[in-house]
Design a protein. Structure first.
Length: 77
């Protein structure tokens, strides 16, 4: 995230809940309806990872655990 975007985020955090929600919805409305198609390489990578999960070769980690680990690594939690 650029410093300008980070500054904007810090300002947005000062808004009320309703104002933040309205701002988030307005920002989401500016995004493309359909994301651009993935490259063949990314499709192959996704298929490979799904197959690894289905074969039990790897285990998924809940997003909440990933976030907690990132915070610990960065010294924020």
């Amino acid at each position: 995230m650029t410093s300008a975007a980070q500054d904007l985020l810090e300002q947005a955090k000062k808004l009320s809940h309703d104002e933040r929600q309205a701002l988030a919805e307005a920002l989401l409305d500016t995004l493309e309806e359909e994301p651009p198609p993935l490259s063949p390489e990314w499709n192959a990578e996704i298929s490979s990872r799904i197959a690894q999960l289905e074969r039990g070769e790897v285990q998924a980690v809940p997003w909440s655990e990933v976030q907690a680990q990132i915070r610990r690594t960065l010294g924020q939690g």
